[in-house]
Design a protein around this ligand. Structure first.
Ligand SMILES: *Cc1c(COP(=O)(O)O)cnc(C)c1O
Length: 374
């Protein structure tokens, strides 16, 4: 076989480390010869989506022969109204991941730099490097973004800085005052992406809704998703809010039908379903407290999280524990690729799933310590 084409592949793409999503449950169960496992690996809403979204999705089944509305008129208008911005400020994405890629395509290229934090969401370096820009990683502070360290890396060449608030996989968050000061200090040529994928889950008085700052900062892009609290991860729909000129640039390179019709319909219904959002928030707070109490009882440490997941320090390399948990039918997410080799990220599930997790952890860690001492 002649693989000469490999030499012609764009070097910054050939050099990328791929994002590794969790294995599908069915595949894992087949490999391990188990069934009935629980998946706490992808920060999904364990309640799923609301009834209104499900009905709106189903209603589109009669229209599958039609292309979606390429401009996403109804959904964009509803998102704009929801946030009190103009529809021209909304960029729809195939998941907010798509919007992050659009930012990279519009504002990054070989020769410019882009700044993010250690332990930040893994999609940022992929977006940066896929377009050949230089990734600059600021050291974290207490597992969270250190805004001073990030600011210190910003220079004349910096085109985009990425901030996850809260961050995945650490669950750490930034308060309004320091974040506002950071944005005020950014040069005007530098775009700031504030990724608010877990916005609704955060219950802290000084946690900012940065969509309110769009007027003040024309270089700000805020991203949100329907994949997390709205429970529509399968449909892939998210959005960016920005200055209309930034949105116009992103909409130039956006695939015209990047958000499919069932996704648009379900997202529109989900946005209006405040009850489901409230129910999901209440569930998460209740179950997060129970999971935390269970972890504490096991003598484990974790990074305090304001999201729907918690990243636990097992104090030992995670691989064997993760494998043992899988054999118990509990799927979590190792985060060694985030520079956290002894941590395991656990999504908050249904009450019975969390019980399964805590029981499996107790069993597996008990066995590990007996082996260690014997
Ligand atoms: C889950 C997540 C997203 C959302 O991704 P989608 O593409 O909308 O599914 C974005 N940012 C962070 C930090 C996340 O954890």
């Amino acid at each position: 076989m002649n693989n000469q084409f490999l030499e012609r592949a764009v070097p910054h793409i050939a050099g990328l480390t791929p994002y590794v999503p969790g294995k599908p449950v069915t595949e894992l169960e087949r490999e391990l010869g188990i069934s009935g496992s629980v998946k706490l690996a992808s920060n999904e809403n364990p309640l799923g989506c609301g009834e209104a979204a499900r009905a709106a999705y189903a209603a589109v089944a009669a229209e599958l022969g039609r292309y979606p509305d390429g401009g996403g008129f109804a959904l964009r208008s509803a998102i704009a109204a929801h946030h009190g911005v103009a529809p021209e400020q909304v960029t729809l994405g195939n998941g907010s991941n798509d919007v992050l890629d659009l930012v990279a395509r519009v504002f990054l290229h070989p020769g410019v730099e882009s700044v993010f934090s250690e332990h930040a969401f893994a999609v940022y370096p992929i977006a940066i490097m896929s377009v050949g820009a230089l990734a600059r990683v600021a050291p974290a502070r207490d597992f969270g973004h250190d805004l001073d360290a990030m600011a210190a890396l910003v220079n004349e060449q910096t085109a985009v800085v990425w901030i996850a608030n809260p961050n995945n996989p650490t669950g750490t968050w930034l308060a309004a005052e320091p974040l506002h000061a950071f944005l005020s200090g950014l040069p005007e040529h530098c775009m700031a992406v504030v990724d608010e994928a877990y916005f609704e889950y955060v219950d802290e008085d000084d946690y900012p809704d940065t969509t309110r700052w769009l007027e003040e900062f024309p270089n700000l892009i805020v991203t949100r998703t329907f994949a997390k609290i709205h429970g529509l991860a399968a449909l892939r729909v998210g959005y960016g809010l920005s200055h209309p000129h930034a949105a116009a640039l992103m909409n130039r390179v956006r695939h015209p039908f990047n958000v499919n019709a069932p996704a648009q319909a379900a997202a529109l219904a989900a946005l209006g379903d405040r009850e489901h959002v409230e129910r999901s928030i209440a569930h998460n707070h209740r179950e997060m407290a129970r999971v935390a109490a269970g972890l504490k009882a096991l003598g484990l440490d974790w990074i305090p999280s304001v999201g729907n997941f918690v990243t636990v320090d097992l104090g030992q390399p995670v691989g064997p524990v993760d494998q043992a948990l899988l054999r118990e039918g509990v799927i979590c997410r190792p985060v060694a690729n985030y520079g956290l080799p002894t941590h395991l990220r656990i999504s908050v599930g249904l009450a019975e799933e969390n019980d399964r997790l805590l029981a499996a952890l107790a069993k597996v860690l008990g066995e590990a310590s007996r082996l260690g001492s014997g």
